[in-house]
Design a protein around this ligand. Structure first.
Ligand code: CA
Length: 232
C-alpha cells in the first residue's frame, strides 16, 4: 500500500465490469487487485489491506453484506458498493452494515473516480484531528468549534437538531448517510421509522442554507436511501 498509488480491491464477478473498472483505475495510477468471490475478496482484503474496496453485492458464493460485516470486524477501510439500479433496499442494508458509499450501475468512469476520491479523502480526514471550519459552496461557512453557521456573511441560527444533522452530514461530507443513520444518531435509537421528522428538519435546513431550497445544490436527496452533503 503506497501513499502515491492507492491500492483498490475490486470484488466483482462480472468479467466485463471488472475489466472496465480495472482499466479506468489503472489509467489513473491506482493499483488494482481483483477478486471474483466473497471468499477471495476477504482473503485479498486481509493480505493486502487495500486503501479502498469496490464491492458488488451479488456474488456467487455469498452476499456482499457478508463481506462488509466481516471486514468491519477488523478494518475501517473505505468500501464503495457497486449496485444495480432500483435496488435501494440493498444499498441501504449495505450502508447500514458499514459501507461508505455506492455507485449505481451503469456508471461512468468520472463518477466512479469522483466517488473514490471522496472516500479516500474521508478516510484520511478520519485519521487526522477534525477540521474546525468548513466551507459549503461559496455561501456557507460552519465553525465546528464555536458552532456558528454563517450564510452569505450573516450568522444563521440553527436549532440543536438542525445543527446535529448538519454536523453529521459534514462528518461524512461527499458520502451518503442513510435515513436510519441520521435518525439513530440525531434522535437516538428507537426513532428509526420516524422519517417525517427527518424530512421536516432537512427542509428547514435547506431553507436556511440553500439559495434555492426546492432545488438544493448541497443538501442532496438520495432517493430511497438518505442524504448527501456536497461541499462544492
Ligand atoms: Ca454480480
Amino acid at each position: 500500500v503506497s501513499a502515491t498509488h492507492p491500492t483498490i480491491l475490486v470484488v466483482e464477478d462480472e468479467r466485463q465490469m471488472r475489466r472496465f473498472v480495472n482499466i479506468t483505475l489503472s489509467a489513473h495510477d491506482y493499483e488494482v487487485i481483483e477478486a471474483e468471490t466473497i471468499a477471495d475478496g476477504i482473503r485479498e482484503a486481509s493480505s493486502y489491506t487495500p486503501d479502498l474496496v469496490l464491492l458488488d453485492l451479488g456474488l456467487p458464493d455469498a452476499d456482499g453484506l457478508e463481506f462488509i460485516r466481516r471486514v468491519r470486524e477488523w478494518s475501517p477501510m473505505p468500501i464503495i458498493v457497486i449496485s444495480a439500479r432500483g435496488k435501494e433496499d440493498d444499498k441501504v442494508l449495505a450502508l447500514d452494515a458499514g459501507a461508505d458509499d455506492y455507485v449505481t450501475k451503469p456508471f461512468g468512469a468520472s463518477e466512479l473516480l469522483a466517488r473514490i476520491r471522496v472516500a479516500l479523502r474521508h478516510a484520511v480526514r478520519s485519521g487526522e484531528s477534525a477540521a474546525t471550519a468548513i466551507a459549503i459552496g461559496e455561501d456557507v461557512r460552519v465553525d465546528l468549534v464555536k458552532r456558528i453557521v454563517v450564510v452569505r456573511g450573516e450568522e444563521v441560527h440553527l436549532t440543536p437538531i438542525e445543527y446535529k444533522l448538519l454536523a453529521l452530514l459534514l462528518k461524512h461530507a461527499g458520502l451518503v448517510v442513510t435515513h436510519k443513520q441520521m435518525l439513530d444518531q440525531v434522535w437516538g435509537p428507537g426513532h428509526a421509522h420516524q422519517m417525517q421528522y427527518l424530512r421536516v428538519y432537512m427542509t428547514q435546513l435547506r431553507h436556511k442554507l440553500e439559495r434555492t431550497p426546492a432545488h438544493p445544490k448541497h443538501l442532496v436527496t438520495e432517493a430511497g436511501v438518505g442524504y448527501r452533503l456536497r461541499l462544492d
